[in-house]
Design a protein around this ligand. Sequence first.
Ligand code: 5RP
Length: 292
Amino acid sequence: MKNVFDYQTEWSGLQNRMARMFDPDSGRTVLLAVDHGYFQGAPAGLINLRETVTPLLPYCDAISPAIGGLKTSLDPKTRTPIILRATGGNSMRRPDELDDEVVTVSVEEMVRCNAIGFTVSCYIGLPGQCQTIESLASLSDEAHRFGLISIGITAVGADPVLTKFVKGEREDGGELTADDKKEAVRYLKHACRVVSENGADIVKTYYCDGFEEVVEACLSPIVIAGGTKRPTKEALEFTFNAIKAGAVGVDMGRNIFQNEHPVAMIQAVRAVVHEDKSVKEAFQLYEEISKG
Ligand code: 5RP
């Protein structure tokens, strides 16, 4: 007996691109973020982008450069999928205006570069929230016509109240209080839901204690950014905790390329993300590879 619904009747380019970015067994991803220069200038570890990226490419499920880094520093023969930074217009020279970000890469440019998707920062709660949410929504609408993946980032800009969540410490360098941690969950839960409701196929945000609540409130799968460079074991710990709490991977930059041993670090992160290794096991792997 045949059922018409047993026949496949359509193909989804978006699903196929997700399958290129996410490991079929773990259903997770290790996305290397190297787009920082679009507003940070030349950050440590990315001065020579080609030199930094080339040894890491074999361990990336995908890589996320800005357009300049892509065109000047990535080998066009690479088979690593590209997620292109699609917004900018800000710089650390005017830190109070980081949330004044606009679309800087067209969907045509994404297709021309053979990107599988793009990232847009949304500055929820800051003056730039409306224009950055609009950038996400309008780019997602146009890009979805080509089956491209839309990644919305909950960006914190220069807001001191928010940056402490990303740094994991108060402005004075002190430990986060219990109230700080509750506020982090409240903010990231709110921001992730807003970004997912405005068209993001994937949301990139930062890990915080109570991350399960953030995952539960978000309509789209979440990957975590690493934020500022932390000690190796600490970075593996928040990666492990984020995966355990429901993140589907990382979109990590500084905690990989600013690590003393970036190739060892990305392999240790992969062990946590794809093989469910413990922090102890991943750190042992890191030490073996870095001493190897
Ligand atoms: C700012 C970004 C980065 O891609 C994002 O923050 C991930 O990088 P890191 O792990 O270094 O925070 O959106 O450029």
